[in-house]
Design a protein around this ligand. Structure first.
Ligand code: P6P
Length: 341
C-alpha cells in the first residue's frame, strides 16, 4: 500500500475531535503543536553526530543531572511550539526548575490546558546513537481561566489526564498517544514530514517474556525485586524470560508494548523513591499502559492514583503486561510480609 492510503496524524486528530462533546478544537491544536515540535526535534536528533549539538551543555537541571545540548534544544523547541499557539496556559518540564506561565498575546490565560513534558528522555544515549524519546502529559487546568496558572494545575493525579503520549526517535520516528479512547501509533515519513497511522489500537500482550531493569543495581534493590528477577530467570513453565534494557524508558516501553514485557525502575538503597519522575514520565506512561490493557504501579499501588506533592517527585515504576506486573507485585507484597514477621 502506498503512504497515501494510510490516515495521517492530522486527519486522525480532527476525526477523533468529535469523540469529545463540546470540543472546541483546542486539544486538536495542542496535539498538532506537539506533532510539529517532534518533527523539528527529530531533525536535530538525526543530525546530532555532525552538528555541534551533542555532548554536555555545561549546565545541570534541577535533578543535578548534566544537561545535554540536545536536552536544552529539545526543551526550547517544545516550549516554543506550545507557547506560540495559545493552546496552553502553562508548561512544566524536566529541564525547568519551576513551571512556566504562558500568556501569549495576553490570550493564553484563557486556554484550558497545561502540559508536562520530558523533552528528551534518555538523552545520555544521544552521543552513542541509541533511541531516545519525548514524553508528554496533558491536563485541564483546575484554576479559573483568565488567571495565571498555579502549582495545583500541575499537581493533579494521573487519572485526571486528558491525553498523554511519547515520541520515539528510533530506527523510525513515531508518535504514540492516547486521549482516553485507546492507544494509536503514527510513523513519520521523513521524506514528506507526515505521520501516518501505522499502529492502530495498540495493546500490551497480557503475558510477555521480556523483563527490562538495570540489573547492575541488583544488590541495591528491595528483596521483592530481587525475588522477581530470580523468578524471571528460573527454568520453569514459560521461563526463563529475556532481559532487554536499553537505558531509554521510551524505547524499552515501546518494545515491551509491541512484544509483551515489563519495565521496572524500582526504589534502591541509594534512591529510595526510584529515579523516574511521577508527573512527566510515570503518569503519562501509566495512562498509555492502562489504555493499552496493561498495568502500571509503584510495586504496590496504581501509579495513576498517586497524589502528587512536588513537581519533580520520583516514584518507583513497574509497567507493562498485566500478568507480569501482577506477578512482580506479588513478590513485593510477600517480601514486605516476610520483613514484618
Ligand atoms: P539507569 C533515562 O535517564 C531514564 O530516565 C530512562 O529513560 C531510563 O530507563 C533510565 O533513566 C535509565 O537509568 O539508572 O538504568 O541508567
Amino acid at each position: 500500500m502506498s503512504d497515501q492510503s494510510f490516515q495521517t496524524l492530522g486527519e486522525f486528530i480532527i476525526e477523533k475531535q468529535d469523540d469529545f462533546q463540546y470540543s472546541t478544537g483546542e486539544l486538536s491544536r495542542l496535539l498538532s503543536s506537539i506533532r510539529l515540535a517532534s518533527k523539528v526535534v527529530n531533525r536535530e536528533v538525526n543530525k546530532a553526530g555532525i552538528a555541534d549539538i551533542t555532548g554536555h551543555a555545561g549546565k545541570t537541571n534541577i535533578q543535578g543531572e548534566d544537561q545535554q545540548k540536545l536536552d536544552v534544544l529539545a526543551n526550547e523547541i517544545f516550549i516554543e511550539a506550545l507557547s506560540q499557539r495559545e493552546v496552553v496556559c502553562g508548561i512544566a518540564s524536566e529541564e525547568n526548575d519551576d513551571y512556566i506561565e504562558i500568556n501569549c498575546n495576553n490570550n493564553s490565560h484563557m486556554s484550558k490546558y497545561v502540559v508536562l513534558i520530558d523533552p528528551l528522555d534518555g538523552s545520555s544515549n544521544i552521543d552513542v546513537n541509541v533511541t531516545v524519546g519525548t514524553i508528554f502529559s496533558i491536563y485541564r487546568r483546575v484554576t479559573e481561566p483568565g488567571k495565571p496558572v498555579e502549582m495545583r494545575d500541575f499537581l493533579q493525579k494521573g487519572t485526571a489526564q486528558v491525553a498523554a503520549g511519547y515520541v520515539v526517535y528510533g530506527s523510525s520516528t513515531m508518535i504514540v498517544y492516547t486521549t482516553g479512547n485507546g492507544v494509536n501509533g503514527f510513523t513519520l515519513d521523513p521524506s514528506i514530514g507526515t505521520y501516518y497511522l501505522s499502529h492502530p489500537n495498540l495493546k500490551f500482550p497480557t503475558k510477555g517474556k521480556i523483563y527490562s531493569i538495570n540489573e547492575g543495581n541488583y544488590i541495591k534493590f528491595p528483596q521483592g525485586v530481587k525475588d522477581y528477577i530470580k523468578y524471571c530467570q528460573l527454568e520453569e513453565d514459560d521461563r526463563p524470560y529475556t532481559s532487554r534494557y536499553i537505558g531509554s524508558l521510551v524505547a524499552d516501553f515501546h518494545r515491551n508494548m509491541l512484544k509483551g514485557g515489563i519495565y521496572i525502575y524500582p526504589s534502591t538503597s541509594q534512591s529510595p523513591k526510584g529515579k523516574l519522575r511521577l508527573l512527566y514520565e510515570c503518569n503519562p506512561m501509566a495512562f498509555l499502559t492502562e489504555q493499552a490493557g496493561g498495568k502500571a504501579s509503584d510495586g504496590y499501588r496504581r501509579i495513576l492514583e498517586i497524589e502528587p506533592t512536588e513537581l519533580h517527585q520520583r516514584v518507583p515504576f513497574f509497567a507493562g503486561s498485566a500478568a507480569m506486573v501482577t506477578k512482580a507485585e506479588e513478590f513485593m507484597a510477600k517480601a514486605v510480609q516476610a520483613e514484618e514477621k
